[in-house]
Design a protein around this ligand. Structure first.
Ligand SMILES: C[S@@+](CC[C@H](N)C(=O)[O-])C[C@H]1O[C@@H](n2cnc3c(N)ncnc32)[C@H](O)[C@@H]1O
Length: 151
């Protein structure tokens, strides 16, 4: 897997607010009421509509694994990844976020169990479905719009 890098310009930072949250802030934010109950449930869906480089879903993945320590196996990690959805308008950021998710899964699994996480191809397939590139404002407006009747 070739790591993707991305160069932020001042214009991009201004136009898209591409400023990323430091890890310490992410970790404490996730433990706030409301979000904590979502990471305590491995299947609870969380959407990050402005995912950047994946700071929040990576943190949420680690906490989901931590809350499931008593039953942590590779299938559990895939379930946790499946519960996390993301959108970003920058294609390179979406790719970086996916790669960070896979690295986080491998590192956290090794840390918690002492074993290698081998299901990286399955993780990648899930992330290709659930981490998408697009304009969240438009996508969420479309989701909210009443479905058109065909007949
Ligand atoms: C302030 S950063 C936050 C990134 C990450 N959530 C974090 O906390 O580190 C905002 C992100 O929103 C993305 N963004 C800006 N406008 C967007 C839009 N209309 N739809 C989707 N993503 C957008 C940017 O590309 C950028 O990655």
């Amino acid at each position: 897997m070739m790591p993707v890098t991305d160069k932020l310009s001042t214009e991009r930072v201004k136009k898209f607010a591409e400023v990323f949250t430091p890890p310490g802030v992410v970790f404490s934010m996730i433990l706030q009421d409301g979000i904590r109950s979502c990471v305590a449930d491995v299947d609870k869906t969380i959407l990050d509509p402005a995912v950047g480089h994946g700071q929040y879903p990576c943190g949420e993945l680690v906490w989901k694994m931590f809350f499931g320590l008593d039953r942590l196996n590779e299938e559990f990690v895939l379930r946790a990844i499946k519960s996390l959805h993301a959108i970003d308008i920058q294609p390179a950021s979406v790719e970086i976020a996916k790669q960070h998710m896979i690295k986080t899964a491998c590192d956290a699994y090794k840390f918690f169990t002492g074993k290698e996480f081998t299901r990286t191809d399955d993780a990648r397939k899930i992330l290709d479905e659930n981490f998408i590139c697009g304009d969240s404002l438009k996508i969420m407006r479309d989701w909210a719009a009443p479905q058109q009747k065909l007949f």
